[in-house]
Write a protein that binds this ligand. Structure first.
Ligand code: NAD
Length: 343
């Protein structure tokens, strides 16, 4: 089935993947009115959208998705036919320190959004989830399938699994037109430098140690962020509502291999690698079988890790002022400078 998107609401669109998705859609497909709702928590950076904020094609609302009245006003005004739901607390380490914000944004926020989507008869809601809901794979175990049971091992992945089940319950109970996507680890421009790859790149540029959890032999299935964005677009326009789709990167390096490649690209010594105590319950390996996505949407193009890393390293080198503003905290005043100071 082909679906024509006209008015799209994107939650969490000032974060890493959401801002890349907005740019991807506006640059590649255009002719879509988009509105971004983001509370601009620590990971939200309005500067990520600065190239589009002056355009009529993108509206921005600083709002917590748990604020039901505020969200209702946005739905009344925008009348979206499509909702793409990225907003979430996303960092595993933070969920280990404090799980409450994960329950609030990821579970309660999703339920509030679902009710509003139903009331305003949204035609397609895409819930962006993660491979982490399947839990860890042992060496040699087959890649995870959409039909596998969920086995999350940390508060972040447990909150995402809960939100997946909430969305799927609305599909079954209310015949609600949602899709759930489960994607592997993303990397690329505009990723907050607390995550492994941008932290490694920016620390290496600054000649600071690159922290490696345990032996660094954890395996992730890395996907370049724009490939993820393209897969989401194809699923909105050609996927089947009511279904779950895995989105993999088809790349399986270990964390330490990634760090070494970054050091080589930047001409920095291996002595910057610093092994630190492993994260509790650190999942050893993820891998996704996404044959269903490829069969139903013809999506197959994926950037290799070598090519994607080269692009990402070059982006962080070129955009040093961006990540320095993030590391110093200055990025958090961008919204006030753009909006509040002009009122
Ligand atoms: N990064 C990955 O590798 C990856 C992989 C698979 C799935 N995902 C999922 O993709 C989505 C986006 O991930 P990301 O890496 O871009 O995360 P991110 O932390 O960079 O961005 C999340 C955004 O959501 C916003 N947000 C959080 N809670 C909110 C709330 N209650 N109301 C409004 N806005 C809120 C934040 O301000 C931020 O801008 C998440 O749902 C995540 O679970 C991420």
């Amino acid at each position: 089935m082909t679906f024509k998107v006209q008015r799209m609401l994107v939650t969490g669109g000032a974060g890493f993947i959401g801002s890349n998705f907005i740019a991807h859609v506006l640059e590649k497909y255009g002719a879509v009115r988009m509105v971004c709702v983001d509370k601009l928590g620590y990971a939200g950076n309005l500067e990520n959208l600065s190239g589009f904020l002056k355009s009529e094609a993108l509206g921005f609302e600083k709002l917590d998705i748990c604020n039901e009245a505020g969200m209702r006003t946005v739905f009344e005004r925008e009348r979206p036919d499509t909702v793409v739901h990225f907003a979430a607390e996303s960092h595993v380490d933070r969920s280990i320190m404090s799980a409450r914000p994960f329950v609030e944004s990821n579970i309660l926020g999703t339920q509030i959004l679902l009710d509003l989507c139903r009331q305003f008869q949204v035609q397609c809601m895409l819930h962006v989830s993660t491979d982490e809901v399947y839990g860890a794979l042992s060496p040699g175990q087959a890649a995870s399938l959409e039909t596998d049971s969920l086995d999350p091992t940390n508060p972040y992945s447990a909150s995402k699994a809960s939100s997946d089940l909430m969305v799927l319950s609305y599909v079954k109970t209310h015949d609600f037109p949602a899709l759930v996507t489960r994607c592997s680890n993303n990397y690329g421009p505009y990723q907050f430098p607390e995550k492994f790859i941008p932290l490694a790149i920016t620390n290496a540029i600054e000649d600071k140690p690159i922290p490696i959890y345990g032996d660094g032999l954890q395996v992730r299935d890395w996907i370049f962020v724009r490939d993820h964005c393209e897969a989401i677009w194809r699923l909105i326009t050609h996927g089947k509502t009511g279904e779950i789709y895995n989105i993999g990167g088809h790349n399986q390096p270990t964390n330490i291999e990634i760090a070494r490649q970054i050091l080589t690209m930047l001409g920095k010594p291996e002595s910057l690698l610093e092994h630190i105590k492993d994260r509790p319950a650190h999942d050893r390996r993820y891998n996704l079988d996404d044959a269903k996505l490829m069969a139903e949407t013809a999506f197959k193009e994926r950037v290799s890790v070598a090519e994607g890393l080269r692009h990402t390293v070059a982006w962080y080198v070129k955009n040093e002022p961006w990540w320095r503003r993030v590391k110093s905290g200055e990025y958090q005043t961008y919204y006030e400078r753009q909006y509040v100071s002009r009122k």
